[in-house]
Write a protein that binds this ligand. Structure first.
Ligand code: PGA
Length: 253
């Protein structure tokens, strides 16, 4: 049985004071939950706060990106070893905002994935199609390409050490959520693609849905057989909403 995971992607939001308040609010809200894994991914400068405030809780924390390089002359980048130093469990890689706004291609995303795994960080690999790609019937082709970039460079074993988040680009921050059927269909496709290489790894792989997940739609989405939780953007910035989604994960298990 795959444990549900609810992970918050705060994106470039907040301040020290807001991060402190949010972390404390989430910590109090999920304190009694036993069957769901909870994680938060603040911006790099606030990871120390997560480490400080969450160390005595079951909540994990992670980064929103990781360098594909081990270290050295890479101005502005943050290595897996540095994340480990702040006790990060996760790093998001290949978020569509980084693919689109920072020009990250499949090869770079696959290198980041591999670097995270090698550094003992669990990568959360984001995949998903744009509206245009969906409307032209290319959803499977696009998510297959995103998955295969990692499969071909790191092998299927790498999926035993990571997590995949299906985030249709048209649903991110738009308020438009994929229907549970639409999401389930893609999740089943992704699991099937991994299963064609290794059934056991596919069966254990956690597949999160992301894209306008909120308290009002989380229950139905997480109830789908191949949806094992969520990667939450906007709704992770309000403690009460995020906690309610965590509760949906808790109740699904
Ligand atoms: P959203 O973002 O929940 O605000 O749509 C999800 C994400 O980008 O990870």
């Amino acid at each position: 049985m795959r444990r549900p995971l609810i992970a918050g992607n705060w994106k470039m939001n907040g301040s020290k004071a807001e991060a402190t308040q949010l972390l404390n609010g989430i910590k109090a809200g999920v304190a009694g939950m036993q069957r769901v894994d909870v994680a938060v991914c603040p911006s790099f400068p606030y990871l120390y706060l997560a480490e400080e405030l969450l160390a005595d809780s079951a909540i994990a924390w992670g980064a929103q990106d990781v360098s594909a390089q081990a270290g050295g002359a890479y101005t502005g980048q943050v290595s897996a070893a540095m994340l480990k130093d702040f006790a990060c469990r996760y790093a998001i890689v290949g978020h569509s905002e980084r693919r689109q706004l920072n020009g990250e291609d499949d090869a770079l995303v696959a290198s980041k994935y591999a670097r995270a795994v090698a550094g003992g960080i669990v990568p959360i690999l984001c995949i998903g199609e744009t509206l245009e790609e969906r409307e032209s019937g290319r959803t499977e082709e696009v998510v297959a390409r995103h998955i295969d970039a990692v499969l071909n460079s790191s092998g299927v074993e790498a999926f035993g050490a990571g997590i995949v988040a299906y985030e249709p680009v048209w649903a991110i921050g738009t308020g438009v959520t994929a229907t549970p059927d639409q999401a389930q269909e893609v999740h089943a496709f992704v699991r099937g693609r991994i299963a064609s290489k290794n059934q056991e790894i596919a069966a254990g792989l956690r597949l999160l849905y992301g894209g306008s997940m909120k308290p009002g739609n989380a229950v139905e989405l997480i109830a789908q057989p191949d949806i094992d939780g969520g990667l939450i953007g906007g709704a992770s910035l309000k403690a009460a909403d995020f906690v309610a989604i965590c509760q949906a994960g808790e109740d699904s298990a």
